[in-house]
Design a protein around this ligand. Structure first.
Ligand SMILES: C[S@@+](CC[C@H](N)C(=O)[O-])C[C@H]1O[C@@H](n2cnc3c(N)ncnc32)[C@H](O)[C@@H]1O
Length: 236
């Protein structure tokens, strides 16, 4: 993997303004988000947490402006990002912290669950995963979501960013697996071909709805070829 300059990544995110993106891109980002919500809400470990809301400590690591807030707002959740600008845009008063995933300011074994969504592409992969593992409790889970290096979709809006990044593959996760940090599953999702974004907004929306309903089925056929990967890991 390429060595990335974190000051360049930071400069990019300090000025990141999704509200200026064209409509089709907002729709595609929303499609990814909705798929992530669905996958996590249906996950057994996540469902088991719902019973003990306030005693469950969650870290949304690289939370940006809080796209996944609704997933975690009823738990004892801390939202972390290294961009102050994005944290300011994230309209909650408390529980936000500005820090670097490569050097997390927490003691060992604090969190039951860590979400790390579209962040590992921009950082030192091994350092960041090590830090996530360190601050997880025993039996805690981490959900890592990344842009998939082995995708057959290869939409340039997700793979040709103007910021330093590495695409990540299933084998990268396999390479960091240890006896005390095990992969529970890796699946790929999002199979919308870039061709469809040429369609007008209303038609694109319908096509996206169709792909949303069928994502799991397509994933069974195309296995690890989707645009994104989700890797769920457990700390032993
Ligand atoms: C593509 S955005 C994803 C934001 C959010 N997780 C989401 O999916 O909407 C990547 C995020 O990672 C954050 N980030 C990048 N490098 C980081 C680092 N070293 N430490 C903490 N956050 C970082 C960026 O500031 C940005 O908010």
């Amino acid at each position: 993997m390429n060595k990335l300059k974190s000051d360049e990544v930071k400069a990019f995110y300090e000025n990141w303004d999704v509200s200026k993106y064209p409509d089709y891109l907002k729709l595609l980002m929303e499609f990814e988000e909705n798929l992530i919500f669905k996958i996590i809400l249906e996950d057994d470990f996540f469902k088991s947490l719902s019973k003990s809301h306030k005693n469950t400590k969650i870290l949304d690591c690289g939370c940006g402006f809080g796209s996944f807030y609704n997933l975690t707002k009823d738990f004892d959740t801390l939202y972390l990002d290294f961009s102050l600008n994005l944290l300011k845009k994230f309209k909650i008063e408390k529980n936000k912290i500005c820090a670097n995933i490569e050097n997390l300011p927490f003691k060992n074994g604090i969190f039951d669950l860590i979400l790390c969504i579209n962040v590992l592409e921009h950082v030192d992969f091994e350092k960041a995963v090590f830090e996530v593992k360190r601050v997880l409790k025993t039996n805690g889970r981490a959900y890592f979501i990344v842009v998939n290096a082995d995708s057959i979709i290869n939409d340039e809006i997700f793979v040709d960013w103007k910021i330093p990044h590495n695409l990540i593959s299933k084998s990268d996760f396999k390479s960091i697996e240890t006896d005390d940090f095990k992969i529970e599953y890796i699946i790929s999702f999002y199979f919308l071909h870039p061709f469809f974004k040429l369609f007008p907004k209303l038609i694109l929306k319908r096509i996206i709805d169709l792909f949303f309903k069928n994502d799991e089925k397509i994933s069974k056929v195309l296995k690890f070829k989707g645009q994104f990967l989700i890797c769920k890991m457990v700390k032993k």
